[in-house]
Ligand binder design. Structure first.
Ligand code: BES
Ligand code: MN
Ligand code: MN
Length: 467
């Protein structure tokens, strides 16, 4: 028997206005997980979400405090579909990135504002808007027929943007609680507003915080310059030695575990209808850049990178000051691809830095990361996702790899043995992590409908295989 989708779809269409109003309430809570002054706000977002899950009809909803001094998790489930039915584990995050630089926002970051087809606010896409889709899809089933085609479990976290320690600690000891057939995550992008795509590969990352120190105190550059080395100058040499001008990373052993792209995969990637010119225009950069032997899509999704994100050091105030700074602080990260291991990359990085830094400097290095992931596209869940997008967007999705990182996907694989379906709804220009982040509202509503189709289609399929 095919599970009815028309009734929940009708409910979802009729309630679009209320869903949007609720999403705005969710977004108004400034749940910035990296900034200590927003700690209570992250807790408030957890409480709000838990209440909203209850209202949607989910059961056993609880806010789970962090066991490691971080932010809480929110859990809820509905397990009455029957033991013969599969269980979908839905994941999302209710924390957001900082809003700075605030002066570049056209409307206040936590006052959700609709302009045209877009909802502007921090978290509108990443990930409140996208993850709320699933709460509403479940509500559409439970408030109409009173049941779901599959069992569902929800686990949402409040520190995805700041390391995810709480969930990383929770997963290995919650194998039974979170046992499922597949994980479902809406925290990625699609190719264009009307061209859906399914991400089957994500990059991992390794983030580094480094302090390089020369003299113990700042020194007059006339008295000491030429006789004492300067950490800012040393950093320049160091950065230049990390990567050549074409983007090839010079850390010995860095590429050893990179799984080569097969000809088959390169062919598939070359067929993705990716509009390079439109993509470039959104960046404002004069031209694209990167390893010459790879296409742009390959460089973005299937090749590792190293980028410096911030340097704090020396005199940056008004006017001139002739000083040899004592210390420089650097933030950088490497995006990783299968089968690179974050911890191994961290060790290779540190060994190399210690080898090439001159003896005039001392260095402290802290780092951490998340694993890359790649999934089979022929599974029942992937095919249910494909059919769901096709039904709602009226166009077949393409399969592609993404450059961003969602470390939990690798953790689900490792600790729960789960494959993840990345069912994203963000479109190019959504400005994640940046001022004027926005959500393309038609995709909020289409997202809910896609999730409804997915739950029904995935339930159907496994019934067929069950006999
Ligand atoms: N939702 C993003 C990841 C993402 C963005 C995937 C765009 C694909 C396309 C997520 O919230 C994020 O920002 N991840 C961080 C990971 C880090 C904080 C461990 C990232 O990619 O920088
Ligand atoms: Mn996200
Ligand atoms: Mn993010």
């Amino acid at each position: 028997m095919k599970h009815d989708v028309e009734t929940p779809l009708k409910f979802a269409r009729k309630n679009q206005g209320r869903f949007l109003a609720e999403l705005k309430d969710f977004i108004r809570i400034p749940s910035v997980s990296t900034q200590p002054q927003h700690r209570e706000d992250v807790a408030a977002a957890a409480g709000w979400l838990a209440e909203s899950m209850r209202q949607a009809g989910l059961e056993n909803v609880e806010v789970i405090p962090s066991a490691v001094g971080g932010h809480p998790l929110v859990y809820g489930d509905w397990l009455n579909a029957g033991e013969d039915r599969p269980t979908v584990l839905v994941y999302g995050h209710f924390d957001v990135q900082p809003v700075e630089p605030i002066e570049l926002w056209e409307s206040p970051p936590f006052e959700p504002t609709v302009r045209g087809d877009f909802l502007f606010a921090r978290g509108s896409t990443d990930d409140k808007g996208q993850s709320f889709v699933h709460v509403k899809a479940v509500e559409a089933f439970l408030k109409t027929g009173g049941s779901l085609p599959v069992n569902v479990k929800f686990i949402y976290e409040g520190e995805e943007e700041s390391g995810g320690r709480t969930l990383a600690e929770f997963l290995p000891r919650s194998q039974e609680k979170l046992a499922a057939s597949v994980a479902l995550v809406s925290d990625t992008g699609i190719l264009g507003p009307d061209q859906p795509s399914i991400v089957y590969g994500l990059r991992g990352n390794y983030y580094v915080l480094m302090d390089i120190t020369g003299p113990a105190i700042d020194l007059h550059s006339g008295e000491y310059g030429g006789g004492i080395d300067n950490p800012l100058n040393a950093l320049g040499h160091l950065i230049a030695a990390l990567k050549d001008p074409d983007g090839h990373i010079l850390i010995p052993g860095f590429y050893d575990d990179v799984r080569p792209l097969s000809e088959e995969e390169r062919t598939l990637m070359s067929r993705v209808p990716f509009d390079e010119a439109a993509w470039l225009e959104k960046t404002g950069a004069p031209r694209p850049w990167g390893e010459p032997k790879y296409t742009l899509l390959e460089r973005l999704g299937a090749r590792p990178t190293l980028d410096v994100h911030g340097i704090i050091g020396g005199y940056t105030g008004e006017g001139a000051k002739t000083v040899l700074p004592s210390t420089v602080h650097v933030k950088l990260s490497m995006r990783l691809v299968p089968n690179q291991e974050p911890e191994k990359i961290g060790r290779l990085f540190e060994d190399y830095v210690r080898e090439i830094l001159p003896p005039t400097m001392t260095v402290t290095i802290r780092g951490g990361g998340g694993a890359p992931s790649i999934s089979d596209i022929d599974t029942p869940a992937m095919q249910a996702a494909r059919a769901a997008y096709a039904a709602v967007f009226d166009r077949e999705p393409v399969f592609m790899r993404e450059g961003g990182s969602i470390p939990v996907v690798g953790q689900f694989q490792k600790h729960l043995g789960l494959e993840t379906v990345l069912m994203g709804f963000s479109i190019p220009g959504a400005r994640l992590h940046s001022p004027n982040e926005n959500f393309y509202l038609p995709n909020f509503y289409r997202g809910i409908e896609t999730a409804i189709h997915f739950l029904a289609g995935y339930g159907d399929h496994s019934q067929k295989t069950a006999g």
